[in-house]
Ligand binder design. Structure first.
Ligand SMILES: [Zn+2]
Length: 93
């Protein structure tokens, strides 16, 4: 197995596997998984037209782009100091 060097995703410091000096952070993000609210009033004609537009749009989008739009999974590594700062405000800039 080839050892690829690991770097902190925030500060870029090199991390040493086995030294316990970093965290692995897995991020899974997906678009609103709830089914569309059908109680929202929309005539079936409108719905059909929107569906047609959507399908036309999809034909121009690659499968990968489509996946990226609804689902992303990332794994990042962070050194301890960066992790401690990040975990307090993971959604912050
Ligand atoms: Zn760092």
């Amino acid at each position: 197995m080839i050892e690829t060097p690991l770097f902190c995703g925030r500060c870029g410091v090199e991390l040493q596997p086995g030294s316990g000096d970093f965290f692995v952070v897995r991020i899974e993000a997906f678009a609103d998984p709830s089914p569309p609210d059908l109680s929202l009033e929309e005539s079936s004609t409108d719905a059909r037209r929107r569906l047609k537009e959507l399908v036309a749009q999809l034909n121009y989008t690659s499968e990968q782009e489509l996946m990226d739009q609804v689902y992303r999974r990332l794994t990042i590594h962070m050194c301890n100091p960066c992790y401690r700062i990040w975990i307090e405000n993971p959604a912050g800039a």
